[in-house]
Design a protein around this ligand. Sequence first.
Ligand code: NDP
Length: 332
Amino acid sequence: MASVPKTMKAVVIEKNGGTEVLQYKTDVPVPEPKEGQVLVKNDYIGINFIDTYFRSGLYPAPSWPYILGREAEGTVVKAGGGETYGIKEGDKVVWMAEGAYAEYTAAPAAKTVKLPKEMESKIGAAALLQGLTALTLIREAHAVKKGDWVLVHAAAGGTGLWLCQLLRALGANTIGTASTKEKVDLATKAGATHMINYSQDDVKSKVMELTNNNGVAAVFDGVGKSTFDLSLECVARKGSMISFGNASGAVPPVTIARLSPKNARLMRPTLFGYIATREEFEHYVNELFEIIPKEKIDVRIHEVYPLSEAKRAQDDLEGRVSTGKLLLDPTA
Ligand code: NDP
């Protein structure tokens, strides 16, 4: 059996706030895997916007002190017994649950899968949560068809670049938005057929011009508060407004009568609701792992930050500096 230390490095919060509440500690107890869990020694940890919501208090932390982070890639060093879905000690895995900003995580085996042999560790860590989000959004939140016009906000972000590439594979007409020329170029390379630099151009008029005044069949809006009204204005008759995040803040309550003029649908999906069961999780992970080589998906990694620099990483994510995925390395 692999030797497991008693304590580990981890980033812990003891209260809500800005990035100053992120505490890098070197003496956090290594968790003991319970039945149905596997203890994973993490190689690369994925950073996601949701981590900032738990830090700020927008989403309540389930317990205190709390270790942020929802996904990582690593090696199983111990199994806690019970059903582990064929996952055993020594396996390289990716997992999605809680407590990722740490050297070790006791992850539920039901939300852990083996890393494909041909996949690099970093890619596994970078692909899982954002890749699955994009995949489930275009399959279930609004089933996008070839030729559909869709609008993707923050198209050069982690989830945005995934959406652009998966929508290209489907043959959709993707209009992306981004704040800088560098981001516009990246999203175009990823498959956005039309890009709007919203720092320079008016998004609604461009969308209407491109769609012959019809609007788009679906808006995928992870920006939230600052774009909600604009997004709804860009939706076509019988279209879908998919609000899936709060990067600019939470969307205030909406009066449903606002959907009537276009017979529009409004959804507020979360990935976790699409992969709640083992069957659903495996189904989408298998599909994602097949799509990556088949569609030559470029899983763009913005930067690998040392775990001790989680604050700088979250500052970059919230400061709109990043493009693609941010990772943490617990060994650095
Ligand atoms: P991104 O890499 O997309 O980073 C956020 C981007 O949003 C920024 O780079 C910026 O792009 C844009 N943005 C616009 N306004 C703001 C603002 N006020 N503050 C910060 N960013 C802003 O992050 P993720 O891919 O991790 O997440 C994107 C969104 O998707 C988040 O809202 C997240 O919560 C959501 N999400 C939801 C999931 C779900 O299950 N529902 C799962 C995964 C992600 P630009 O400069 O081009 O405007």
